[in-house]
Write a new protein. Structure first.
Ligand SMILES: NC(=O)c1ccc[n+]([C@@H]2O[C@H](COP(=O)([O-])OP(=O)(O)OC[C@H]3O[C@@H](n4cnc5c(N)ncnc54)[C@H](OP(=O)(O)O)[C@@H]3O)[C@@H](O)[C@H]2O)c1
Length: 233
């Protein structure tokens, strides 16, 4: 059987389950201490994945911020930052966005088959564009990433990506940070959309850890028997 990376889903949400508000600006849910924890998690991964909407909306760098963590990675023979990965059906991504323009690391775009040609024309100079099928299948993408050497993958949203990894039963761990605020606007993105989730009333997920970090709380869920196995960088 083809192998897939240890896949960790990471996100912050409001008390009412939103990843953001409905405005143009990104809503900051986390706090400084928790962002530092996320940086540590990033530094322990081979690759970080976000959906294309998150790139368009948030314009994230997805780099390891702390110099000491980058040095540690380099001392282990790794690139200073994890590989960046995204998924798109249409390929409508700006090659000058921070995702592509920052960090001297490989960027991989899994693109739906019918948009591969135009996406290669647009992003081929700044990323490796891979035909991911139509739509891109997250389990197959995981197998392809494993074949490229990715052993630990961190998925940082948005909700569309979390939904697919969860419903495909392709996540090992969920790190969910709950921020002490409500969004109260159904136009905003939720943690997940509709779907048949493997964890439900008949099969509850295992709550592995609860930690208060300042004014937020981190919940760690074990979603597979692989949970906690040492596959960190
Ligand atoms: N709080 C947090 O931790 C956090 C983290 C990240 C993001 N966010 C928020 O989440 C929101 C974005 O979430 P979202 O759910 O709307 O979008 P998303 O998951 O970031 O991206 C969705 C897009 O990814 C592509 N895609 C996803 N699955 C695909 C598949 N199987 N095949 C082909 N393409 C696929 C499509 O791109 P194309 O449209 O290009 O075809 C789709 O429109 C933003 O508001 C952002 O601020 C919050």
């Amino acid at each position: 059987m083809a192998e897939r990376p240890y896949t960790l889903l990471s996100c912050g949400m409001s008390i009412d389950g939103y990843l953001d508000n409905a405005s143009e600006d990104r809503l900051l849910l986390s706090n400084t201490r928790d962002l530092d924890r996320v940086d540590e998690e990033r530094a322990a991964c081979d690759a970080i994945l976000v959906g294309a909407t998150t790139i368009r909306h948030d314009n994230p760098r997805l780099l390891v911020k702390a110099a000491s963590r980058r040095r540690r990675r380099v001392s282990l023979g790794l690139p200073p930052h994890p590989v960046k990965v995204t998924v798109t059906a249409h390929g409508d991504l700006d090659p000058c966005s921070r995702f592509f323009a920052t960090g001297d690391v490989e960027k991989i775009v899994y693109c739906a088959s019918d948009a591969v040609r135009r996406t290669r024309a647009r992003l081929g100079q700044v990323a490796t564009v891979v035909d991911g099928g139509r739509p891109v299948d997250v389990r197959r993408m995981g197998e392809d990433l494993h074949a490229r050497g990715v052993r630990r993958l961190m998925v940082e949203g948005g909700g569309t990506m979390h939904t697919q990894f969860l419903t495909a039963d392709a996540a090992v761990e969920l790190q969910l940070v709950v921020a002490p605020l409500f969004v109260g606007d159904s136009r905003a993105s939720r943690l997940v959309g509709d779907g048949a989730f493997p964890f439900n009333a008949d099969r509850r997920a295992e709550l592995a850890d609860v930690r208060q970090i300042g004014d937020v709380v981190l919940l760690r869920y074990a979603l597979s028997e692989r949970f906690g196995r040492s596959e960190a960088v």
